[in-house]
Structure formats: C-alpha cells, structure tokens
Design a protein around this ligand. Structure first.
Ligand code: SF4
Length: 371
C-alpha cells in the first residue's frame, strides 16, 4: 500500500485544553463498530457513565444542549481519555484531525484545517508544501476502480500543484491555468478521449497557455461584474446544513459588509489585496494546494474532474471573502490569528458534514469560473 502525507504532517500535535475550540463539540461523532463492541464491554466504575454517554441506536456519542460531547469536561478535556487512555478512543477520535482518502492500493492522508492547530501550521507555512510517499504492507482491490483514470488524475494533480506553486506568476493566473486544465480534461473525459488528457496536461505547461490566461483575465476585468458573481457564489453557503449557530451570523454579517455596490466592492478587493501584500499569495497557494490535494483525485469515482477543481477554488474564494469582510469590520486591519480562525471555521462547516461537502460538490457540477 502506498501512503502519501504532506511534509508538515509530523509538525502536528494536539494542544488539548489549550485549544481555543474543541473537536468534541458542534458535530456528531460517529463510533466505529469495533469501538461500540468494546464500549459495551466496559466494566467497573466507568460502566454507568459509558452506558449513558453513547447513543447505542445511532452509534454516536451523546451531546449536551450546547452540542458538546458528554465526555468533554469543563476543562475541555476528554473524560474517556482520562479514564481509559488512548485505547478508549474510537476510530474518529483517534484519527482526527487526520483525514484519509482511499483509493485502490493508495491512502492519502492529510491534516484537516478544521482543527485550529492544523490551520495555524498551514497559515504559517512559507515554503511550498511537498508530499512524501512511503510503502506499507497491505493491498486490496476495489470494485469498479479505474486505475488508468486514477493515474491520469494523479499526473494532472502533480502538474496543477506545480503550477499553483510557481511564484513567478500571479496567483490569479495560476488558478486559471489549473481551472483551464481541469476544464479541458473534463471535455476529453465526456467525449471518452481519456488518452488525450496527457496532451492537455502538457499544453498547460506552455507559454501559450499562460498567454491565453492573461488575455482571459483582461476580458473578465473589463466586464465589471465581480460583485454580482461573488455574491451569487457566497449565497450558495446558505444552502448548507448549519453546524454552529454563530456560523449563520458570520455569513449574514459578511454579506451585509461586502455586497453593496459593484464599484465599492472592486475598490475593496484592490485595497485588501494591497493591505496583505505578498503574504496573501502564499496563504492562497497553501490553501489551494490543500483543497486540490485532498479532493481532486476523488474524480476517479464520479468523473467530475472540473467540479473537483472548482470545489478547491470555490473554498479558497469564500475564505478570501470572509477575510475581506473581517478586515473591513476591523477598520481595515486583519491579523494572522483572525485569518486562521476564519479558515478553521469555514472548514468545520463545509468539510465536516458529508451532506455539506456533497452539496458544494453538486453545486460545482455547473460551470462557474470558466464559461
Ligand atoms: S481541534 Fe485539534 S488541537 Fe483542538 S483539541 Fe481537537 S485535535 Fe486538539
């Protein structure tokens, strides 16, 4: 089995009670079958607590009115861990914030930026991220897995990440090159010309592709409908299941602050980009690489190559909008701590509900960024 992890993977360690949030509140923690069996056999003084803390029918931990896991104590520490040690954890608690995408013979493990500590690591990274692969025992076969499509997606993603990390060109051009490549690959896929995808990947390495992208950007800038588009994209977030009440408040606040008139919105965009200077390009690059690495190869299961690329761009675009609104609210200042907070809150709402992730993916089936 081939495992791949990002190079900052080993930097993470849980900061437990020092964490400004917790991973044990706000969402349902599903318990795997082996842990359910183990919990049923709990003996001694902890047995009563265990019986009352698990929803045996749903296979989840019970929560209080504030949606906190009933094992979470007032110091934000886990009583199950304190009583049983790491062996007491179910699979979800043991693995979080590690996130695994599974493919035939391949496991890709990332650290989820819904954890404040992981978001902090990513937001402090200056160097381009690289990925480390290693072999471990174990193989399995998947039904209906297309190894040829998977290898094309892997080649494309490698090239896309290299484009996103090319700091010699502006991030807007890098993003368009990635979207263009995914768009053209989708066309080949739809026409069942998968072999031609390799030519598409090669094409997007050339100066000709970059020239095309530069012209496209000029054309888009002349249309002057940036706010209408951004507002429409932002409103998709209201379609998602609300995991935390304060997220809904943040959405309304952001909408009210940003989307008033086109001219003002364009001015704000320019001012905000100038305020953050070159650091912003690095933050955007790290986030784009994070989302693309995590979700792009999933197209092997549904053939939605362009939607997966759009999903990555959409998530980063929305984080940018949240940052800009907070900057405006703070009288045009914004520090790294607040940017990090908005990153993990976005990820918690969008990435940590299967339903929400599926809804965003479905929305991204339509062509939004390139017409
Ligand atoms: S969110 Fe991250 S840092 Fe905070 S308690 Fe959970 S794993 Fe630890």
């Amino acid at each position: 089995m081939l495992y791949t992890i990002p190079d900052y993977y080993k930097e993470f360690s849980c900061i437990a009670d020092k964490c400004e949030d917790t991973c044990c509140a706000g969402w349902q923690i599903v318990i795997d079958k082996d842990s359910i069996k183990k919990y049923k056999k709990t003996k001694g003084a902890f047995r009563k607590r265990m019986l009352h803390s698990v929803n045996w029918l749903q296979g989840t931990f019970r929560q209080d009115e504030e949606k906190r896991c009933t094992f979470l104590n007032e110091n934000n520490l886990c009583d199950l861990y304190l009583s049983q040690g790491e062996d007491g954890f179910c699979k979800t608690c043991r693995e979080y914030p590690r996130h695994t995408e599974e493919f035939e013979g391949v496991r890709e493990i990332t650290l989820s930026i819904s954890c404040p500590e992981v978001a902090r690591i990513l937001m402090n990274l200056k160097e381009p991220v690289s990925f480390i692969s290693y072999e471990r025992d174990g193989e399995e076969e998947f039904d209906d897995f297309d190894p040829f499509l998977f290898s094309i997606l892997e080649d494309a993603r490698k090239e896309m990440i290299s484009i996103l990390q090319n700091r010699k060109i502006p991030i807007s051009e890098r993003v368009l090159l990635v979207l263009g490549m995914a768009h053209d690959m989708q066309g080949r896929m739809n026409r069942q010309e998968l072999f031609d995808c390799m030519q598409v990947i090669e094409k997007y390495k050339t100066d000709k592709a970059l020239c095309f992208v530069k012209k496209y950007l000029v054309k888009v800038n002349m249309k002057k409908n940036g706010m209408t588009f951004a507002h429409a994209m932002f409103c998709h977030l209201y379609q998602l299941e609300l995991l935390k009440e304060d997220w809904g408040v943040l959405l309304l606040e952001t909408e009210n602050l940003l989307y008033k008139d086109e001219e003002n919105y364009r001015k704000l965009q320019g001012e905000f980009a100038a305020y953050l200077q070159e650091d912003i390009e690095i933050h955007l690059e790290q986030l784009l690489v994070y989302f693309l690495f995590t979700y792009f190869p999933g197209a092997v299961y549904d053939g939605e190559i362009y939607a997966k690329a759009q999903l990555s761009v959409y998530c980063v675009f929305m984080i940018w909008e949240l940052w800009m609104a907070r900057w405006l609210k703070n009288e045009k200042t914004l520090d790294l701590e607040e940017m990090t907070e908005l990153v993990y809150r976005f990820s918690r709402e969008v990435e940590h509900s299967d339903l929400n992730l599926k809804t965003v993916e479905r929305i991204m089936h339509k062509k939004w960024f390139l017409k």
